[in-house]
Write a protein that binds this ligand. Structure first.
Ligand SMILES: Cc1ncc(COP(=O)(O)O)c(C=O)c1O
Length: 381
């Protein structure tokens, strides 16, 4: 039997024809499909401005460049995260302060931000980076108070959360609508809600920031309308563009996003139902204030123990199932230079793991995963 991955893209014949048709166009980069994909995303996310780019990492980098992060700027971000944000901030010379996280969800809370400011005596910071681990926008509207308090920009690393929604004063908002942040960023890596192979999205409601994002995306070049030979270079930018056949794939994938989200939510429900009698595990909490993108299904050991996690991973692997740990706290990497430990991030690290979740995971395969998890914890059914 082929092993069951923890995540995987879904590509159908419509996606394949979309890509091959795009390859027949005269322009295979910076053409009308880029504009169409951005317009479709604008409508879906309900934001004013969208830019697509070539990865989630470059999306985050574009957001950092647009707000002008520079040497010694202070940035707060969660200690548990994929490492892109940290590396990018460091590459710009910023001082990064890692806030602790909730030990069940792995997400930074407003209380963690307050504690981080107290611990490091931070009164003013350049940016606060939020990450919705697993696709759950738990505190999406609660960080806005820091904008005034810390005089900062708020950036969402929403790479897990395309399609997620949250409530504010009884109204629903999509992550990416930027109602409670300055810039949102997404990844279109194959494991994410929709994919373009590699890819990223940046959204904002600020024309000024959008102009900068688009300039930095395309080498800082400003062209004169209808005079293709006349251009100026107004800043030191990069080439982070997404090509036309990727945009065509993105347009085709976006048409299926409701279906993808529904399936991920059904997989979550089945895990919740079938694993609730495993007394050793904490299952994700069901919270009415948001709709998850269900990017990951994260469970945790009630008694945190990294060795148990590793034993479980090996046991599952032997049985053809790949589980994963999201994430190793950033301060544990060699690249993080300095002594640092945060209490809840350690608990999370020793207890949390992610089970397979993706569009093509059949009920039969999921039941097999559940059976194996249960047998590891000594339950037959
Ligand atoms: C939370 C988070 N941030 C950033 C990234 C980087 O995205 P990409 O792989 O598209 O560069 C990822 C990708 O896994 C991620 O999960």
């Amino acid at each position: 039997m082929k092993s069951i991955p923890y995540g995987k893209q879904f590509i159908d014949s419509k996606d394949i024809s979309a890509v091959s048709n795009a390859l027949k166009n005269d322009l295979i980069t910076t053409g009308k499909l880029t504009l169409k994909f951005e317009n479709n995303l604008n409508k879906y996310l309900k934001c004013k401005y969208t830019s697509v780019c070539n990865s989630g990492t470059s999306a985050i980098f574009l957001s950092f460049l647009a707000i002008g992060i520079k040497k010694n700027d202070k940035i707060i971000m969660p200690a548990v995260n994929f490492v892109s944000s940290y590396n990018l901030a460091k590459s710009l010379g910023a001082q990064v302060f890692l806030a602790d996280v909730d030990n069940r969800t792995g997400q930074m809370t407003p209380e963690n931000v307050d504690a981080c400011c107290k611990k490091f005596n931070l009164k003013k910071v350049k940016a606060l980076i939020i990450m919705y681990n697993g696709g759950n926008p738990i505190n999406a509207n609660k960080f806005i108070k820091f904008k005034k308090k810390l005089n900062c920009f708020i950036i969402e690393d929403a790479c897990h959360a395309l399609g997620a929604e949250y409530k504010d004063k009884k109204k629903n908002f999509k992550i990416g609508s930027c109602k409670h942040c300055d810039i949102s960023t997404f990844s279109l890596h194959p494991l994410k809600t929709i994919t373009t192979g590699e890819g990223g999205i940046v959204t904002t409601n600020s024309k000024l920031l959008d102009n900068k994002i688009k300039m930095f995306r395309s080498i800082g070049i400003k062209r004169t309308k209808n005079k293709h030979w006349k251009y100026d270079v107004i800043l030191s930018g990069f080439n982070f563009r997404m090509n036309e056949f990727q945009c065509s794939l993105g347009i085709s994938q976006l048409k299926k996003i409701k279906l993808f989200l529904k399936k991920r939510s059904e997989i979550t429900d089945l895990y919740n139902k079938k694993l609730k009698n495993v007394s050793q595990l904490n299952l994700p909490e069901n919270v009415a204030s948001y709709k998850s993108a269900s990017h990951l299904y994260i469970v945790s050991l009630k008694k945190p123990n990294y060795q148990t996690k590793e034993n479980l991973l090996k046991f599952m692997k032997k049985n053809g199932i790949l589980i994963q740990f999201h994430y190793i706290p950033i301060y544990k990497f060699k690249n993080f230079k300095g002594k640092y430990v945060s209490k809840n991030s350690e608990i999370y690290f020793k207890s949390a793991f992610s089970l397979p979740i993706f569009y093509e995971l059949t009920r039969k395969k999921q039941i097999y995963v559940i059976k194996k998890i249960k047998s590891f914890f000594g339950l037959n059914e």
